[in-house]
Design a binder for this molecule. Structure first.
Ligand SMILES: Nc1nc2c(c(=O)[nH]1)N[C@H]1C(S)=C(S)[C@@H](COP(=O)(O)O)O[C@H]1N2
Ligand SMILES: [Mo]
Length: 401
C-alpha cells in the first residue's frame, strides 16, 4: 500500500468512529507546521471526515490526498460558512427572487422553473477560498487557519446567470449584480453575507446559477439547492443557497464588500478589475492567482535511490489556463518542465507529473506553475493582513535511500 492510499484508508476508517479524531501529524506533514499542528478530523452531515478548523460556523477543509483525482468528491469537498444559522431548504419550497433597480421585469423562480426554463450548461471549475493557506502565512495572520485544503474542483451544472438576468430585463447601465443566501448570523448584529460582482462578470457566459455538482444535487453544506459559480474568481462570490439576485445601478454597500475580501491595490499580478468597488488603497479580490500543489508525496517521505520515481500534483489559476509547470529537486536552484495532464478547461485543476531517478540523499522538491498571461508563483509571500492569495512555491523534503 503506498502512502497516499494509507492516508485515504485511515481517513475512511475514521468515519466509523464517533467524535473528533486526531489525525497523526505525519499524515499531513506535507506542509509547514503552523496550521497543521494538532490537526483534527471532524464529521459533518453528508460528509466523510474533513479537517476541522471551526465548528460554528462550520469551516472544514479537504485532505490533500483527495486532489489526486481531478474532481474533488462532493462528500470531501471543503466547507466554509461565515454565519452560523444555515437552513436546510426543501428544494420544493425554494424560491429565487431576481430583481433590483436595474431589472425591468423582476421574477421569482422555483427550482423547476430554473431547470426547465433555461438552457442547461456545465463547467469544470476550481472553487477556492481567498484565504486558502492562510494558516501557513509567516508572519501569522488572523482568520480561519486554513492549510492547503480550502479548495476543490468540480463539474458544476446549472444555467447561465446572464440568461436569467436577460429574462429579468437587466438594464444596459447596471453596474453590479448582488447575491444573498438563506444563511443568517446567530446574532442580530452580524451583518448578512451579501456579495456583488461587476455586471460584466455576471454577464460572462461561464458564470452560472448551479444546482448540480459532479452529477449530483449540491450537498446541503455546499449550497443546496442552488449556488452562484464564478469560474476563475475566488469563492467569496460563489453565493450558496442563493435566494436573491439583484441587478444594481449603484455599487453594493455593506461590510462584506467594503471591509472584507479586499486586497491592497497593485500588490498582486491580477488582471480582472472590479472598478466600482475600488477605493484609494484597496480593491475587492477578483481572480485566483496562479498556484500549484504537490499531491503525490508528503513532507519527509522516504523514496528509493536509483529507482524511477514520479511526483505529481495539480496547478490552477484564475482562468487564463496553465501554460507550464516546472519542478525542482534542489530547492529551486534548477528547474525542469513537468508533463501536463488532461485538460478539463481553463477553470479546472490541471494535473501534472514529473519522473526522475533520485540519487541517494536529501532532495527538496518544489513545483512552480505559470499561466497564460505570464504570471508565475512567488518565492516569497506577498504579505497582506487578511492572508489572501498565498501562492508561495511549496518546498517538500524527500529522503532517497
Ligand atoms: N450563503 C453563503 N455563501 C457563501 C459563503 C457564506 O458564508 N454564505 N461563503 C463564501 C466563501 S468565502 C467561500 S470560500 C465559499 C465556500 O464554498 P464551499 O463551502 O462550497 O466550499 O462559499 C462562499 N459562499
Ligand atoms: Mo472564502
Amino acid at each position: 500500500m503506498d502512502r497516499r492510499s494509507f492516508v485515504r484508508g485511515m481517513a475512511g476508517g475514521a468515519a466509523l468512529a464517533a467524535g473528533p479524531l486526531l489525525l497523526p501529524r505525519a499524515a499531513f506533514a506535507a506542509l509547514p507546521a503552523g496550521a497543521l499542528a494538532g490537526e483534527e478530523l471532524g464529521v459533518l452531515p453528508g460528509k466523510r471526515p474533513l479537517i476541522k478548523r471551526s465548528f460554528r460556523p462550520p469551516n472544514y477543509e479537504t485532505p490533500i490526498g483527495e486532489y489526486a483525482s481531478l474532481l474533488t468528491p462532493n462528500d470531501r469537498f471543503f466547507v466554509r460558512w461565515h454565519l452560523a444559522s444555515i437552513p436546510e431548504i426543501d428544494p420544493r419550497d425554494w424560491r429565487l427572487s431576481v430583481a433590483g433597480d436595474a431589472a425591468a421585469t423582476p421574477l421569482e423562480l422555483s427550482l423547476e422553473d430554473l431547470k426547465h426554463g433555461f438552457e442547461r450548461v456545465e463547467v469544470v471549475a476550481v472553487c477556492q477560498c481567498a484565504g486558502n493557506r492562510r494558516g501557513l502565512s509567516d508572519p501569522h495572520v488572523a482568520g480561519v487557519q486554513w492549510g492547503s485544503g480550502a479548495m476543490g474542483n468540480a463539474r458544476w451544472a446549472g444555467v447561465r446567470l446572464k440568461d436569467v438576468l436577460a429574462k429579468a430585463g437587466i438594464a444596459a447601465d447596471a453596474v453590479e449584480v448582488a447575491f444573498d443566501g438563506a444563511d443568517q448570523g446567530a446574532l442580530e448584529k452580524t451583518p448578512d453575507f451579501i456579495k456583488s460582482i461587476p455586471a460584466w462578470k455576471a454577464l460572462d457566459e461561464n458564470t452560472l446559477i448551479a444546482y448540480e455538482m459532479n452529477g449530483e444535487p449540491l450537498p446541503h453544506l455546499n449550497g443546496a439547492p442552488a449556488r452562484i459559480v464564478v469560474p476563475g474568481w475566488t469563492a467569496t462570490y460563489w453565493m450558496k443557497k442563493v435566494v436573491s439576485i439583484r441587478a444594481l445601478r449603484k455599487p453594493l454597500e455593506g461590510f462584506w464588500m467594503q471591509k472584507a475580501y479586499r486586497i491592497p491595490k497593485g500588490k498582486f499580478p491580477v488582471v480582472d478589475r472590479f472598478t466600482t468597488q475600488e477605493n484609494a488603497d484597496t480593491t475587492p479580490i477578483t481572480e485566483m492567482v496562479v498556484n500549484s500543489l504537490i499531491t503525490s508525496h508528503l513532507e519527509g517521505q522516504h523514496i528509493r535511490a536509483g529507482t524511477p520515481t514520479t511526483v505529481a500534483g495539480i496547478a490552477w489559476d484564475g482562468g487564463f489556463g496553465i501554460r507550464s509547470v516546472d519542478v525542482s529537486l534542489d530547492g529551486g536552484r534548477s528547474w525542469q518542465a513537468a508533463e501536463l495532464g488532461s485538460d478539463a478547461g481553463r477553470f479546472s485543476f490541471r494535473p501534472w507529473s514529473y519522473s526522475f531517478t533520485p540519487a541517494r540523499g536529501g532532495h527538496v522538491l518544489s513545483a512552480r506553475a505559470s499561466n497564460g498571461v505570464g504570471a508565475t508563483q512567488v518565492d516569497k509571500l506577498i504579505f497582506n493582513g487578511p492572508g489572501y492569495h498565498n501562492n508561495v512555491i511549496q518546498r517538500l523534503a524527500l529522503e532517497a535511500e
